[in-house]
Design a protein around this ligand. Sequence first.
Ligand code: AMP
Ligand code: DBH
Length: 572
Amino acid sequence: MSTQIHTQGRFSTPLAGFCPWPEEFAARYRAAGYWRGESLGSMLRHSAQQFPDNIAIVCGTRRWTYAELDKRADQLAAGLAAQGIGARDRVLLQLPNVAEFFAICFALFRLGAIPVFALAAHRRSEIVYFCQHAQASAYIIAAQDGGFDFRQLAREVRQSHPHLPVIVLGDSVQAEEFIALDGLYQQHAPEQAAEQAEPAASEVALMQLSGGSTGLPKLIARTHDDYLYSVRASAEICALSQDSVYLCALPVAHNFPLSSPGSLGVLYSGGKVVLANNASPDTAFALIAQEAVTITALVPPLAMIWLEAARSRRAQLASLQVLQVGGARLSDEIASRVRQEMGCQLQQVFGMAEGLVNYTRLGDSEEICSSSQGRPISPLDEVLIVDDEDQAVAPGEVGHLLTRGPYTIRGYYLAPEHNARAFTGDGFYRTGDLVQQLPGGYLIVQGRAKDQINRGGEKLAAEEVENHLLAHPQVHAAALVAMPDPFLGERSCAFIIAKPLQENEPLLRATLLTRFLRERGLAQYKIPDRIEFVNEFPFTGVGKVNKRVLRERIAAQITALAQDHIESKELA
Ligand code: AMP
Ligand code: DBH
């Protein structure tokens, strides 16, 4: 499947579509000791040599040592190579929180193949697009999870990619249509893979997905050098060691639980990764008590649920030292309750799969930890806070956050037109976040300029959903905006202008539209939470739909509804 020309296992030019750092910057990051020329595959090899008998992964009743994980990665690398997967091949991965996720990732890393991380929530529409855009060489799924049959999804994906090899983890893969992952492990001796040359650390290691703000999701290509630097530096900030026990309750492939410092940070440090198949207090608290978990990561809505559960089950959390919360803005009020009510330290994490990650530090004051979203990982992270004309705002003022640094991408994969807008001429990423900077470099996230909705950490691009809505024959215009939600922070509301009703057409109702979106194969979290039919949109001076007015309108409507509800309760 690899068609690129390479010399002695090394490529002479970067992967097409990847945007490398200018040499001047790369040299600076190397000189600082941040980029060490180490690949993720050799990172695991190193940990396995240092801590062979430590438990690396706990998944249900299975416990893999570092030596076992390392061996499995080699066995699988050989098996995947025998399937024709090689350096620079993109492999779409859509897996729940299972141990095999790590064996597969490290096998791919060692082959120089590139895992592309889909979310379990993604459906036909997203998966088909990723396969096309990344030109995937294979698609790896679990047979089923959470009551959903991913083999059925794979069959649908194959309608547009008939020759896509599909590798399935789990039961009953006898049919010839799929390749059984278990079969790949056993066929080959580990020595074969160990002989494979590790990819250069400047190569793309993996691709994350962007929450995005435009029509189609973007792929974020991260190199071994840059990703591993962010992982190592994060592990240090979080004081990880071989005694650390990390509960991975968020989706395992997401950038936050994978790399900030996440599972990879723990595997670098010789600690133990405990996988939870969901983040409910029932599941997670039991695992924390059973495995003596010391650190875990949540998004704000889950932190709220855990705070509530801790009222009666705090004893189960006795071993927990650090609760990381990120992915969406945590309210100061919730933040200030963590230490008192859960008995552990809160660490706020404001990060992005594109790169820049900010942490409050373990020694920081209560005040900083509950009212800021932290400061950047690296002394070489460059942060600019600017106005609409890209001019620096006065210190302490709110502005657009732009950033550049040793682990922040210089462009999305294969997206030159979008990159021209999403990055400045000198390579700063326009995060789309509105922030305020405190003395000491701490950032407070004050809002967002990008056309995105952050549903409790799950991001959706307004334009992507609008395009799907516009595909409905009875929709004339669509505008998706955020509406406030006490639990998720935001939910999505679609304002729709319907076309004049034709003879024999059913009236366009919300239920018809949501069913239409589902049938198009859209992930559930992108389906609008509310649909409002209107006759016209408000416009801005320059003739764009004025989303600010729409947001205010729906927010006022919700407040009025809540007020009515309270009043009718009081009358009753
Ligand atoms: P993505 O680019 O899809 O990886 O999503 C990253 C975005 O999530 C950031 O640009 C922010 O908009 C948002 N985000 C992540 N962490 C936080 C946080 N702690 N507070 C507020 N927003 C956050
Ligand atoms: O939301 C994110 O994408 C995110 C949050 C915290 C992230 O990518 C990260 C830390 O690394």
